[in-house]
Design a protein around this ligand. Sequence first.
Ligand code: NAD
Length: 453
Amino acid sequence: MTLTVLEPATEAVLAEVPRAGPDDADAAVARAKAAYPAWRAVAPPDRARLLYGLADALAERQEELAVLEARNAGKPIGDARGEMGMVVDVFRYYAGAVERNLGDTIPVTGGVAMTFREPLGVVALITPWNFPLTIAAWKLGPCLAAGNTVVLKPAELTPLTALEFERIALEAGLPEGVVNVVAGPGSTCGRRLVEHPDVAKVAFTGSTAVGRTIAAGAAQTIKRVTLELGGKSPNLVFADADLEAAAAAAPWAVFGNAGQDCCARSRILVESAALDRFMDALEEVVEGIRVGDPLDEATQMGPLISAAQRETVASYVPEDAPVAVRGSAPDGPGFWFPPTVLCPVAPDDRAAREEIFGPVACVIPFRDEAEAIELANDTVYGLSGSIWTRDGARALRVARALDTGVLSINSNTSVRVATPFGGFKQSGVGRELGPHALEHYTEVKTVYYATGG
Ligand code: NAD
């Protein structure tokens, strides 16, 4: 049995890879379990050296991996290069963290207590198709640095860079069994990993619906779980902002990765007094977006991942939708969808409430700061967001009032290797990246030493 992997820009078959099922998941867990005692025992400086070596090996293959990711996920080659650069940076960062995985000493009655951060054992990583190797790296870096062994299950649609990663890790000298990749369906192979009694933790990124299933499945064996889930993030534009800068950035906060981004600021909340000026500037930018072949250096937006995804996205733009701007997209084979801006959208409209995961932005006008905050928080999600204003005090006041994990002021960026990333509410549990991620791949152990004093 094989998985047929498509190229979304052409709909042509890119690869056939072995399709892993529950038995393969069991075998991978057994390999990871066998490798765990020795990997855990590797002295921190040696584990750090191995992870630096892995980062160097990935850097050597960076361009090849970028092209593979661009073709398989349909993302512009420039974006794919940036992502592979981040993958390398993540392994360098966590290689450096191995020797800083510190505990505390705590003076207590009759002795001293100390804490250690111990690895968990075998960890299952289950990842989505939108940033395939990048999101895997966010988990692999801290997980391996902490001394765990891994079974990674990439999304069925985009397994190719993960399979390459497994080979690169071996070539870079990581012992056999430390990294295991199973490319199979979530409903069989993924489910088995979630239920497996020898898996200590599941680190999941994907939809909120599947996240619920994972949390419920993991509860049976009290597994540790971290979840990075969906979003419907706000982009708040106040009338005193640099409107040209806000309008130039806003499209990329939605149409980057063709909108298939958990951080997409797909609700653009604009102060009514500035709506017309903002929309004029936005229109010009959206109409200029170059949608096309991911391998063309000039391309800014590629296709959607699949025909099913395109159908879902199209359902949010019915005949009577208030389309204010529609960009262009190629005809012919490929899962294309033009960048689309809806304005004005009522806050209770389906397009304004649900994660679309495609290049569709909703513009929602607001009267004042209080209403902006209320609208921004009126969602089950809380992943990211942006605030555009020249009033510094307001920027911080609003940032503190928003129920969301990652915010930027006068910028549309969310992710940095050294800073925690993750969601409030139904956008997830736990944090990726930065020092916080390491904590999610370790248990705290307290040891008391009686000194008689
Ligand atoms: P998905 O939830 O359909 O699948 C994610 C992964 O889970 C895949 O590997 C899939 O095979 C697996 N899976 C599916 N059913 C399973 C089951 N029953 N048991 C175990 N594994 C199972 O998500 P997707 O469509 O690949 O990705 C899109 C979603 O991911 C969006 O909702 C997006 O917001 C979210 N996402 C979140 C973040 C974040 O960091 N918060 C980042 C990227 C994507």
